[in-house]
Design a protein around this ligand. Structure first.
Ligand code: 7TS
Length: 408
């Protein structure tokens, strides 16, 4: 039985007050999640007990640091069921993973006349790097549209995916609609035309079991800071053959095998893509986050979030003038982006903050999505492993207070 109150005691920040005497109600995990003590402690233990650079020194601290760093990679690899830890490349965040692929794979495999297929609901991280690539190479960007309910319109997929399509990159879960896209079906369809696939799993890996062997994408990206881990670290998972063929993204120490003044050869995977001193403490922190989530069980995490999302959508439907965008709960992850007639999303967020409730307001780095809906912004509440029904009730009370303040 999932014990949300026990989970809450694992997060030191949940006992912090938002303002004097006002408890914190953190409903912004989709932007960045809070960290359990186990993650903070693992990073502290490294800095306090065995801080040193990795892959270099032949001394005890460096060996301990290297073992912790590579040990974390093995556990992170297992967490997504990667066939081999060498296919788990450490990057700064999901954004960097897209840029790495666009730069390294894209600039050697994309040319004028090729098509890159995306969707209209992408985060800018899975849009702008491809715009830069298209501009440079003369490739064309195409988009799978979304329907009014925030699900993908797949009726024209067989035309959008064609022999010119070199890459199909799409989000597994929308950070605004919450839509859980049919990732496996999309990957299979792309493979039929020989397109390479990339999955934005930034809102999936933190919230549900993700098995890369089952899903079988060519590339998949996620960020540590949305899954109980620290900022400054993320993962690019890739198919081994593709990663082997790709040129490095950045040059420097650690990514080479041999260097002369005239030229260099590259290190094996994954280090070929990890130039310079890596984010050692952050990798150790992400390793602890993966241990923490594994011990909760990703099936349980998903079940709790579905329960809370159902509860929240029901409760929010009682607020007059409020409209949640996105699909029905059965197709939706733990986010509720909404508008409230007569109140600007930034004002909503500011008034909710007075009640200690943290939500995000704005375009959530998905401007084209908002533009298509004729909106400049929405307010968004997002839920995670520690969210309770009482917190959702407080959100509803807070929104009713907004209605009073604005005399709606
Ligand atoms: N893809 C999706 C689906 C995201 O939600 C985000 C971050 C990213 C990519 C980029 O992640 P980063 O760690 O590289 O920045 N999304 C959000 C959000 O919804 N609010 O703040 C950040």
């Amino acid at each position: 039985m999932y014990d949300v109150n026990k989970v809450r005691t694992d997060f030191p920040i949940l006992s912090v007050e938002a303002h004097p005497g006002v408890p914190l109600v953190y409903l912004d995990s989709a932007a960045s999640s809070q960290k359990p003590a186990a993650v903070i402690d693992a990073m502290n233990a490294y800095y306090r007990g065995y801080n040193a650079n990795v892959h270099r020194g032949i001394h005890r601290l460096s060996e301990d640091a290297t073992n912790a760093y590579e040990g974390a990679r093995q556990r992170i690899s297992k967490f997504i069921n990667s066939p081999d830890p060498c296919q788990v490349i450490f990057v700064r965040n999901a954004t960097e993973a897209f840029n790495l692929v666009a730069y390294s794979w894209g600039r050697t495999n994309i040319s004028a006349g090729d098509e890159i297929l995306l969707t209209e609901m992408e985060h800018h991280a899975n849009l702008v790097p491809w715009q830069l690539l298209a501009e440079e190479t003369g490739a064309t960007l195409r988009f799978v549209p979304f329907l009014e309910d925030g699900t993908l319109d797949l009726s024209d997929l067989s035309n959008l995916l064609n022999e010119r399509t070199k890459l199909f990159s799409f989000t597994a879960v929308s950070n605004v609609f919450g839509t859980i896209n049919p990732a496996k079906q999309l990957i299979e369809a792309a493979r039929e035309v020989g397109a390479v696939t990339m999955v934005d799993a930034a809102q999936a890996v933190p919230h549900m079991p993700v098995d890369v062997q089952e899903l079988d994408p060519d590339f998949l990206a996620f960020s540590s800071h949305k899954m109980c881990g620290p900022t400054g670290i993320g993962v690019l998972y890739g198919g081994r053959d593709l990663l082997e063929e790709m040129p490095p993204f950045m040059g420097g120490g650690d990514m080479i095998r041999r260097v002369t003044l005239e030229g260099s050869t590259w290190n094996d995977l994954p280090w070929k893509f990890e130039a310079g001193t890596p984010s050692i403490a952050e990798v150790i922190g992400l390793g602890a986050a993966v241990d923490y989530l594994s011990q909760l069980g990703m099936d349980q995490v998903l079940e709790h979030e579905q329960f809370i999302t159902n509860y929240a959508l029901e409760a929010l439907s009682e607020v007059k003038g409020l409209k949640v965008i996105g699909p029905a709960p059965s197709q939706k992850g733990g986010v509720a982006a909404f508008t409230l007639e007569g109140a600007h999303p930034h004002d909503i967020a500011e008034l909710l903050d007075e009640s200690g409730i943290a939500v995000r307001a704005g375009h959530h780095c998905a401007m084209p999505l908002h533009h298509k809906l004729g909106l400049t912004a929405t307010a968004r509440a997002s839920f995670y492993i520690h969210t309770t029904t009482e917190e959702v009730d407080k959100l509803v009370q807070g929104l009713n207070r907004v209605r009073q303040v604005f005399r709606l």
